[in-house]
Design a protein around this ligand. Structure first.
Ligand code: GLP
Length: 240
């Protein structure tokens, strides 16, 4: 595991964007695993700049980690909408190559199986970008999620619902379930980069990197992966 501590959000974004661009240049038909939340916003802005400067995303295939159950793709808080706004429309990626779980599928279980199958069918994820929840969740895999889990419907914890309430008009509007790639699905990626900034992530980063590998700290599983880079700003890395 490589740990990079940088000074602030902008340098964290810069570091991760460079890794993504290296992957895209090295393999123009790369499969990228993407995350939402506030942590990757700077990376997506930078990728749009690289696109303007000639980097070609036309053959890139993407899979997002998760989606809220019950939010259609045109809901402004859905992760599909977020991706469309913050990345897909800005780098003119082929819409058919972008995948986000369908949170309004009539058969949610079938949707989970379809998603894992699709990832396998494309040959697996080359580079997976991750954020981390303040309780060390990755994707929406909350503490206690089995390391062997694949894409599944998950119940969000009160902690996560509280953390995400800032994006919704009222806490009552925050969905209580999501479809999330499982821990095993995430660990199948060939390379992983996890990014975190801000003091609210310091405990999660400390537990994930220096504590025991346990299902109670989902991100601790990354200690078992052969190719992981952790990029944190000084605040998030303050307990390392
Ligand atoms: C949500 C997402 C995670 C993300 C986390 C942290 O729970 N499902 O993928 O890592 O939020 O979000 P932020 O980057 O806004 O702190």
């Amino acid at each position: 595991m490589r740990v990079v501590v940088v000074s602030n959000f902008d340098s964290m974004s810069d570091e991760v964007a460079k890794m993504v661009i290296a992957q895209v240049r090295n393999k123009p038909a790369s499969v990228l695993g993407l995350a939402t939340g506030s942590s990757p916003l700077g990376v997506y802005r930078l990728l749009a700049e690289y696109y303007k400067n000639g980097v070609d995303f036309s053959r890139i295939i993407t899979f997002n980690l998760d989606e809220y159950v019950g939010l259609a793709e045109n809901h402004p808080q859905s992760y599909r909408y977020y991706m469309q706004e913050n990345l897909f429309s800005r780098v003119h990626i082929d819409a058919a190559n972008t995948h986000v779980p369908n949170g309004v599928a009539t058969d949610l279980q079938a949707e989970c199986g379809r998603y894992d199958e699709l990832i396998r069918h494309t040959g697996g994820i080359d580079l997976q970008i991750l954020g981390i929840g303040s309780n060390a969740h990755i994707g929406f895999n909350e503490p206690g999620t089995p390391f062997g889990s694949q894409t599944q419907v998950v119940d969000l914890t009160a902690n996560t619902i509280r953390d995400n309430a800032r994006f919704f008009a009222s806490p009552g509007e925050v969905p209580t379930q999501a479809i999330s790639m499982g821990i095993k699905s995430i660990m199948s990626a060939r390379n992983i980069v996890l990014m975190a900034n801000g003091g609210s992530k310091a405990d999660a980063i400390h537990a994930a990197l220096t504590g025991p590998v346990t299902e109670e700290v989902p991100a601790s599983v990354l200690q078992l992966h052969p190719s992981v880079t952790i990029v944190v700003d000084q605040a998030a890395g303050s307990r390392l």
